[in-house]
Structure formats: structure tokens, C-alpha cells
Write a protein that binds this ligand. Structure first.
Ligand code: GLP
Length: 259
């Protein structure tokens, strides 16, 4: 795992945006794992202004609320449409979001796993992090080997996501269909983006704490190619930052990203 600390949210977003643009430039038919949430809105804003073609990309979103139709304004399908897909030349046929409105959720979950396999697996998985440590909607106690499945949301998550439902946590669906932690760990590269003070404690637990299913993001410590990009505020609980900064200033990979 590598931790990249940028001075502010804008700089963290810019770095992830440039990394993703490079990956798409190097492999135009790449398979991307995509995330939602407020943090990603800034990233997609930046990304959609880059001069890259998404025409050959295939995408798989992490999760979707159960019970919302794909055209529901609060669904993650609509979120993606609004914040990214409609602003790029991506072929919507190549974009995948779990079907949270499927009559048979178990089958929908299996189909999603098979679709990822059929695409050749995920090249780059983008992640945010919830305040309870979730990646996707893998709430505490999600098995580290879990696959795509339906999952009950925690009250913390429903409160955290209430803003998208008129500020009312009760209106946030109780369940979601989400890639599993194991599904996420199968990606060939993982980029986690977190910004702001509210993420400082959970980032410290995920990065420097023990690997535990109580903090799903801590499972990323098992991944051989995972980068965590944070701003100063989200980095403020980290103990080892002197070393993380040293790595950033000395690894050749980061030369073009240094100021
Ligand atoms: C939702 C998504 C997660 C994401 C989280 C972060 O809960 N299901 O995948 O990590 O939002 O949200 P925010 O960026 O709004 O803090």
C-alpha cells in the first residue's frame, strides 16, 4: 500500500484524475471499477474535463440501493449518468451498475460477478470510504472473502448518505447490492480517494490498524497494488506520514506528480 498526501482536496482529486486518465490512455479498452459519493463528484467533474476517450472503456460500479429503479433520481445509476457518463463519450452499453431492483437479487449478484469475469476482471478499482470504514457498501463484519451480494446498511451509513435523500435518513434505503470485499480485492489496481477531517479517524484505522472485518477498508492492506490518496485533513490521524512523504518524494512513479 502507498499513501499519497496532497495539500488539499483539490490536489488529491487532481492526482487521482490524472492517474485514471493515464491508465485509460495506456489501455483504451480498460475495465474500470467506479464508486459514488460526494468525494467522487469532484473527481468526476475533473475527469470529464480531461481529453481522453472513454469509447472503449467498460465500467462496473461498486453498488446500488435495493428497491430503487434505474431511473430513480436517487439511484447510483442516475448519479453516474449525471456526474460522469453523460459528460463523456462512453457507450452506456459498456457501463454496469448492480441491479438493485432485480426480482431475484441472489441471481443479479451472481450475474454481476460473471459479467466482471467475462470482461476480463477489473483493471483499476476506484474507491471512496464511508465513516464506518465501508468500501462499496461492505458494512462492518463483511467477510473479507465476500462476493457481490445484498447487504443491510448501518445507521451510520444511512445518516451519512441522508443528504442525497432530502436530509432524511429514514428515506435512505435499508439495503444495497454491493460488490464484496473479495470482489474488490480481485482488481489489478486499487485507488482509494478520501478527503476532509471526517475521514481522518477511519483512514488511520484502515491504513495503520489491524486487518479486521469491522473496518472493511483495512482488507486493502492485503492488496499488492493499492494506493490511498488523501488530503492533509484526511491524513491527520496517520502516524507514519514522514515515511509516506519520503516514498512520494523518492519513488520514480511519482516524479511527474510532485510539485
Ligand atoms: C457511499 C458509497 C461508498 C462511498 C461512500 C463515501 O456510501 N456506497 O462506495 O465510499 O459513499 O461517501 P462520501 O464521498 O460522500 O463521503
Amino acid at each position: 500500500m502507498e499513501i499519497i498526501i496532497r495539500p488539499d482536496a483539490g490536489a488529491a482529486v487532481e492526482l487521482v484524475s490524472r492517474l485514471l486518465a493515464m491508465r485509460i490512455g495506456n489501455k483504451p479498452a480498460c475495465v474500470l471499477g467506479l464508486a459514488t459519493g460526494r468525494t467522487m463528484e469532484q473527481l468526476y467533474e475533473h475527469l470529464s474535463q480531461q481529453t481522453i476517450s472513454w469509447q472503449q472503456c467498460r465500467t462496473f460500479n461498486l453498488d446500488e440501493y435495493i428497491g430503487l429503479t434505474a431511473d430513480d433520481p436517487q439511484s447510483y445509476r442516475q448519479y453516474m449518468q449525471q456526474h460522469l457518463f453523460s459528460r463523456t463519450d462512453i457507450d452506456v452499453q459498456n457501463t454496469h451498475v448492480p441491479d438493485g431492483n432485480a426480482a431475484d437479487l441472489k441471481q443479479a449478484a451472481l450475474d454481476y460477478e460473471q459479467a466482471i469475469q467475462a470482461a476480463g476482471g477489473i483493471d483499476v478499482q476506484l474507491l471512496g470510504i464511508g465513516e464506518a470504514g465501508h468500501i462499496g457498501f461492505n458494512e462492518p463484519l463483511s467477510a473479507i472473502m465476500s462476493r457481490t451480494r445484498d447487504k443491510c446498511l448501518t445507521p451510520t451509513t444511512r445518516r451519512q448518505n441522508a443528504a442525497m435523500f432530502g436530509g432524511d435518513a429514514e428515506r435512505v434505503p435499508r439495503r444495497a447490492l454491493t460488490m464484496g470485499v473479495g470482489t474488490i480485492l480481485d482488481a489489478r489496481e486499487i485507488l482509494l480517494l478520501a478527503t476532509g477531517k471526517a475521514k481522518a479517524s477511519i483512514i488511520a484505522q484502515a491504513v495503520e490498524g489491524p486487518i479486521t472485518s469491522m473496518v472493511s477498508a483495512s482488507a486493502l492492506q492485503l492488496h499488492p497494488n493499492c494506493k490511498v490518496i488523501v488530503d492533509e485533513e484526511a491524513a491527520s490521524g496517520l502516524q507514519g506520514r514522514e515515511y509516506y512523504d519520503f516514498v512520494f518524494h523518492n519513488e520514480p512513479e511519482w516524479a511527474e506528480f510532485r510539485d
